[in-house]
Design a protein around this ligand. Structure first.
Ligand code: FE2
Ligand code: FE2
Length: 322
């Protein structure tokens, strides 16, 4: 399980580093980029500290995979290593680390973002663990179809301020979409841990993903309402005004609404959801793949991720008989 977690954190760190090079605070703690002022300004339109949060989220992810791999090695186990797959192009816009052009693990330029977590956490009558067939509506439906870039691909993407804001808004919805995944992954894996030390690792890292998710879910609600068309692909995206959207959509309702938990005969409860453990690692791989995060990766990459996920999903708590 920890090797899969380390691989997931390597992937997280890879795309957060791309965001940080372009839109984070540039400092020696997370070195490499030089910043893209126009893209940074567009993201900071949502909150003046967006660049601070991007930097700190990136720093956190780097420490997550570094710690997990070091822990594995300290126990005589093999670390997760995705270095052979650092082959994707990434952005060539001003601000990126030139040494990493063509050496990315993840693709931020063709994303299809399932943003139904927005309503999943505002719905008091459905829990995906109890209602696996319930469809939670998307808050930005156009982001959940077609392919969108979350970073300027080239400097040409920064010339139209409306399209650049759409790119920044796309990133702002990608951040919580990713972090809510970690927010469910760690508790789901913790339910399978036998070693108290492994459990301690999972329940100590997991809530930091929740802190990321909570921050980003708040900021995404500040995305300026707009419609833009990608001049390269012709794809349109519309960010709605969410200020008067009612309980399921309103942008200041950022606390998790209580929902049914374990059994509908029990009172509703404010919780992380989903947390069912069945096939959770493979579920994460499928979620990230259908998001488009790995477009351009090789069959060997998918084979390795699948192998790591299946091994993680085979882990069972030793006294668990189901
Ligand atoms: Fe992480
Ligand atoms: Fe994270």
């Amino acid at each position: 399980m920890l090797r899969f977690a380390a691989a997931a954190e390597l992937l997280e760190a890879d795309f957060w580093i791309q965001y940080n090079e372009l839109a984070g605070i540039q400092d020696p703690e997370v070195p490499g980029g030089t910043g893209n002022p126009a893209y940074t300004d567009a993201l900071n339109a949502l909150d003046e500290d967006m660049n601070v949060y991007v930097h700190d989220n990136t720093d956190d992810e780097i420490t997550h995979h570094t710690f997990l791999n070091a822990y594995l090695v300290s126990k005589g186990a093999a670390p997760a290593n995705l270095d052979p797959f650092r082959t994707l192009m990434g952005s060539t816009a001003t601000g990126v680390n030139p040494a990493l052009i063509g050496r990315r693990l993840t693709n931020l330029t063709q994303l299809t973002i399932d943003n139904s977590w927005w309503t999943r956490y505002r719905d008091d009558s459905h829990n995906p663990d109890l209602d696996p067939n319930h469809v939670f509506p998307q808050v930005v439906p156009t982001l959940a179809v077609n392919q969108h870039t979350a970073i300027p691909r080239t400097d040409a993407d920064t010339t139209d301020s409306n399209f650049l804001q759409a790119i920044a808004n796309t990133a702002a919805f990608h951040f919580p979409t990713i972090e809510q995944g970690g927010n469910s992954l760690y508790p789901s894996m913790a339910l399978r841990a036998t070693s108290v030390e492994v459990l301690r690792i999972l329940i100590s890292i997991g809530p930091t993903e929740t802190m990321h998710f909570q921050t980003w879910s708040d900021k995404a609600g500040n995305a300026p309402a707009l419609t833009a068309v990608d001049p390269v692909t012709g794809v349109s995206v519309t960010f709605p005004d969410l200020s008067g959207g009612g309980k399921l959509f309103q942008n200041n309702l950022i606390m998790p609404e209580p929902c049914p938990f374990l059994n509908r005969n029990l009172p509703i409860c404010s919780i992380i959801r989903p947390t069912q453990t069945q096939g959770v690692a493979m579920g994460v791989v499928n979620f990230l793949t259908s998001m488009g995060l790995f477009i351009g990766q090789s069959p060997a990459f998918f084979a390795l991720l699948t192998q790591l996920a299946q091994a993680a999903d085979r882990a069972r708590r030793e006294d668990d008989d189901d």
